[in-house]
Design a protein around this ligand. Sequence first.
Ligand SMILES: [Zn+2]
Length: 272
Amino acid sequence: MQIRKPLLIIGTAVLIVACATNPFTGKKTMALVPNSQLFPTSFAQYNEFLNENKVIKGTKDAEMITRVGQRIAVAAERWLNANGHQSYLKDYKWEYNLVEDKTVNAWCMPGGKIVFYTGILPIAKSETGVAAIMGHEVAHALANHGQQRMSAGMLQQLGAVAGNVAIKDEEKRNVFNQAYGVGSTVGVMLPFSRNHETEADQIGLYLMAVAGYNPDEAAELWKRMKANSGGQAPPEFLSTHPSNDTRISNLIKWAPRAKEEAKKFGITSFRD
Ligand SMILES: [Zn+2]
């Protein structure tokens, strides 16, 4: 017992040092691997995924994904600048790709690397529907949910050396792959926790509104998602909580606040 106590103290000290406050959530979160180290791993894995899958270029749909992605990223930048976080996005390298795959899914890897599968487009239905999904995915990246999952993975796997942030690249890649489910099942992102999903829903709603898309449509999107799934949510949204119904009622409740937020940025009407 006496041997374990000092270890516990060291562990706690490491955690305090490795926590960062996120401007979007105001929460202190675990950040054992700084973004400057995490992002290059994420970017490499993203490129590998694109190489192994059919990326659609030059179609109306592909252009729409890029357009919506850019607008959501600009909205995030405007929001951060207005709230005194000018340098927050410095390591982000936004990229938006449409991939030929009938799976109903979309995801964003750390650092702003986004994939939409063609299978989700009929449910998105419109550009505003795409914006609701894009806002949600980008929100996961901005709130550093991936980093937190990665940190948790490191603690699990490398618990004994949690203080040693300078782990080898190969170890980092292994933890990343495990945290994301890439490598084992290509392109399937593991579900986020209920709290992370709720945070992404709320931040995403604000982002879409500031980007000029009507936040009322987010609830409509989730109604279609529910109708389509027959009780089964698509992979990125696999977590059973929040349930579709909670999610829909939250989005309806938050939409007026998102519109108020957009007003601060001069957005008083929304795109069709
Ligand atoms: Zn999500």
